[in-house]
Each structure stands twice: as structure tokens, then as C-alpha cells.
Write a new protein. Structure first.
Length: 439
């Protein structure tokens, strides 16, 4: 539910539902037209458009839906456009389930995994069939999803596990909304842009619409020059993707340093939406790490893998694993915990307000804390037993930490970061660390 004229935390008693037959038709249309684009982008680039920071799919969904509705003589409300935006992200975000194909690639196709051994057995041979079809499967030659070897991986990952967490998402969302949007009133800069887009397309202000159309045409032309020649025509890049690599111009002076200029308009757009202090902090941090810090690591032997000619992506990955991951884990943990300790009273009041909901909160669609906790614990318990059934040797107490505790805490970290900076933040390599600790 959304308030009739505002998207922020409601303080009026007037609500209008955005879930109508028109918004449903808009979602159906976007699913048929945008889902293939999102799937193709994920398979080609390895990154989902719905999870790319700025929800591109959401903008395209509301833009197309509003124009189709206008040509048919109708006018979508802000609430209907909001439903189309948010649910289109959910729909296209579901293609993250394509991770199951990544699992299949790493087990049965990638030459890299075949070089790893557990005892005298190669890694692909000891991976269970419920994780991905085996290298001996006919799937490799038949190239089809309609095969019995896909049944168990799809059932476990695509239906049970993925669907369970889809139920948990709104539960955590209610709590995060109460903590960060209502109580702390964080700005959520990217969400403000989304709200303004829905408002512009609903009210049809001519000046804003003209600016929106012009920027969309220019962006489409730029994207055409960037991606069409290499991915469709198999021609050399006109514009380097995803950045202009300038490492070779500085590595003689600063060995190990990394410097590149992003060519994706998405990065530029996000930078223009973020608060200036956030952008400045990111710039200073990047200079300190990649231009100053990396040469120091090379000098003192803390980044021995560097060699002349290394590109931006390689330096980012290897120097992070060699050194930067450790301070990032500590700093991220501190940045997430300290605000809660400093605002303990606000957190307590927020949770108390969920115990006894006001009539206004009930009309807004909030769930009481008791119901939220019950649903969360029920789904987590189901996921726990699902994991325990298939991962019989994995320590149960580590599963409890990951499933019941860490997922909720990670959501709080990410939401706070998104509310303040418009960008998500996560403590890296937690799952990998837990797996290593498990033995």
C-alpha cells in the first residue's frame, strides 16, 4: 500500500491500492518483454540488471507501462507505477536463480575446477548430483532443461530454497523499514529518485517528461554503441567495457597501483544521485587504497602476485584477497555495529512499536513483531533441516549461525548502507570463512 501522494513514511490515513488489473497487465507485459533481456544480460555479462545498484529494469518497466497505458487512453496512478516498479524488480531479480547454471558450469564445463583434487578425486567428481548435473550427464550434448538430471537441482535450489527466502524477504523488510525509514528517517537517495520517476510519469509534467525522454534517448544511443557491436556483430569495442584501463600508464611510477575510468552510464548516473559527501568519501578511499595502498603492499611483499601488465579487474581481485579483504571485514563490521550501539534507544523504541501496532500502522499493512518473528523462525527452521538433510557432515551450530543469525544481521547492514548512501554494503567472505572453519 502507498499513500496517495507521498511515498515516504505515511502519516495520513488515506491509502490507495496500487495492485489493480492495470498494474497486473503492466507486470505481465514487462515480464514478457524485459525478462528475456534480463536473462541475456546476466548470462553475457555475469551481472543481473536488477541487482546492478540502480534498478534499470524498474525504470524501463514503469516507463513502458505508462506509455502503453497513455496510448490506450488510460493513466496509471503513482501507486500502480510503484507496484510495477517494485514487482518488476522482484520478477527480474528472480533470474538470480540462474546461479544454478553457474553451478552446472563449474561442475561439468569449467576446466579450472578439474584441476582441484580432494584426495585422489577431482572436485567435479565429488560434488553431489543434487547440486548440479554431473559431467557425464546427457545435458551437455542435448542442451536441454527437460532432463531428469535437472529435476533435483531445480527442485532444491529453484523451488524450495529460493522460494523460502522470498518469504523471508518481506519479513526482514518490515523490520528494516520500521528501524531505518520510520525511526531514523534515513534519506534513501536512490529510492527518492525512484519515487520521483513514478510521480513524473503519473502527473505527466511536460518539462520533466521532455527531460526524461531526452536522457532516455541519449542513454539508449550510448548503450547501442557500447554493447551492440561486440555482443551482436562480434566486432571490436567502440567504447571499452566496462572501463578504460589506464594501469600501464602508471605502473612504472606506482607498481601495483590500479587506475581505470568506468564507461558504463549506470555508474555515472548513480554517482550523480548520491550525496556529495558520499561521493567524496568514495573517491578519497579509492585513491588511498588503489593508488597509494597497493604500491605499499607491493614494496613490502604483501601483494606478491602483482606483475607488470596486470589489468584493473585482476588487481582488484588479487589484492583484495591478498590483503584488503581483512581490513574491509573489520571496518564494515564496525560501521554496521557502532550505529546500533549509539542508537540503542531508537532501536528499542522501534521494536516496541511493532509489538502493539497502531491503527494507522495496520492500515499501512505492517505486521506485528510476534507474527514477523514466527514467520522468520518457521522459514529458517525449514531451511535449516533442508540443509542438514543434504549436508549431513556440516556442523549444525554453524548452520544455525548462518541461517538464523547472519542473514538477518547482513540485511540490517545492507539496508542501513543503502538508506544512507544509496549503495548496499556487505561484510565479504562470511560464508567462505564459515565453510573453512567447518573443516
Amino acid at each position: 500500500m502507498e499513500r496517495e501522494n507521498k511515498v515516504e513514511a505515511p502519516n495520513a490515513e488515506v491509502f490507495r491500492s496500487g495492485l489493480t488489473y492495470r498494474s497486473f497487465l503492466g507486470l505481465l507485459y514487462c515480464s514478457l518483454t524485459l525478462m528475456p533481456v534480463a536473462i541475456f544480460s546476466t548470462l553475457v555479462t555475469g551481472m543481473s540488471l536488477a541487482a546492478a545498484g540502480m534498478p534499470v529494469i524498474g525504470f524501463v518497466a514503469v516507463f513502458l507501462s505508462s506509455e502503453v497505458a497513455r496510448f490506450s487512453g488510460a493513466k496509471l496512478t503513482q501507486q500502480e507505477l510503484f507496484i510495477i516498479w517494485s514487482q518488476s524488480l522482484v520478477a527480474t531479480g528472480s533470474i538470480l536463480a540462474l546461479g544454478i547454471f553457474h553451478q552446472f558450469y563449474f561442475r561439468s564445463i569449467s576446466p579450472v575446477t578439474k584441476t582441484f583434487f580432494i584426495g585422489d578425486k577431482s572436485l567435479p567428481s565429488v560434488i553431489p548430483d543434487w547440486w548440479a548435473p554431473p559431467p557425464s550427464s546427457d545435458v551437455l550434448t542435448l542442451r536441454t532443461l527437460f532432463h531428469r538430471d535437472w529435476l533435483l537441482p531445480f527442485l532444491l535450489y529453484g523451488v524450495l530454497y529460493f522460494s523460502m527466502w522470498r518469504i523471508v524477504d518481506p519479513v526482514i523488510g518490515f523490520i528494516c523499514y520500521q528501524l531505518f525509514a520510520v525511526s531514523e528517517k534515513l534519506p534513501f537517495p536512490i529510492s527518492q529518485v525512484q519515487a520521483e520517476t513514478c510521480s513524473t510519469l503519473s502527473e505527466r509534467d511536460s518539462q520533466k517528461i521532455n527531460l526524461l525522454v531526452a536522457s532516455s534517448i541519449l542513454s539508449a544511443f550510448y548503450a547501442f554503441l557500447t554493447y551492440f557491436p561486440p555482443f551482436v556483430l562480434n566486432l571490436p569495442n567502440i567504447i571499452p567495457i566496462p572501463w578504460v584501463d589506464l594501469n600501464t600508464s602508471i605502473e612504472k611510477i606506482l607498481p601495483g597501483a590500479s587506475f581505470g575510468i568506468g564507461t558504463d552510464l549506470l555508474s555515472l548516473a548513480i554517482g550523480m544521485m548520491l550525496p556529495s559527501n558520499v561521493v567524496a568519501s568514495m573517491l578519497v578511499g579509492s585513491i588511498f587504497v588503489w593508488l597509494i595502498g597497493n604500491p605499499i603492499l607491493v614494496k613490502y611483499g604483501l601483494y606478491p602476485e602483482w606483475s607488470p601488465g596486470s589489468d584493473v579487474g585482476y588487481i582488484f581481485e588479487r589484492s583484495t584477497l591478498a590483503f584488503w579483504a581483512f581490513p574491509v571485514i573489520g571496518l564494515t563490521f564496525a560501521a554496521s555495529v557502532i550505529p546500533f550501539l549509539m542508537r540503542a534507544r531508537i532501536v528499542t523504541q522501534s521494536l516496541r512499536s511493532l509489538v502493539n501496532l497502531s491503527n494507522h500502522a495496520k492500515k499501512f499493512g505492517m505486521w506485528p513483531l510476534k507474527k514477523l518473528v514466527l514467520v522468520y523462525l518457521s522459514i529458517c527452521t525449514a531451511v535449516f533441516f533442508l540443509f542438514k538433510f543434504f549436508l549431513t557432515d556440516f556442523p549444525w551450530f554453524l548452520l544455525v549461525f548462518l541461517i538464523y543469525g547472519w542473514n538477518f544481521f547482513a540485511a540490517l547492514i545492507s539496508t542501513r548502507a543503502f538508506g544512507e548512501t544509496g549503495m548496499s554494503m556487505a561484510i565479504p567472505y562470511v560464508n567462505e570463512t564459515i565453510i573453512l572453519l567447518s573443516g
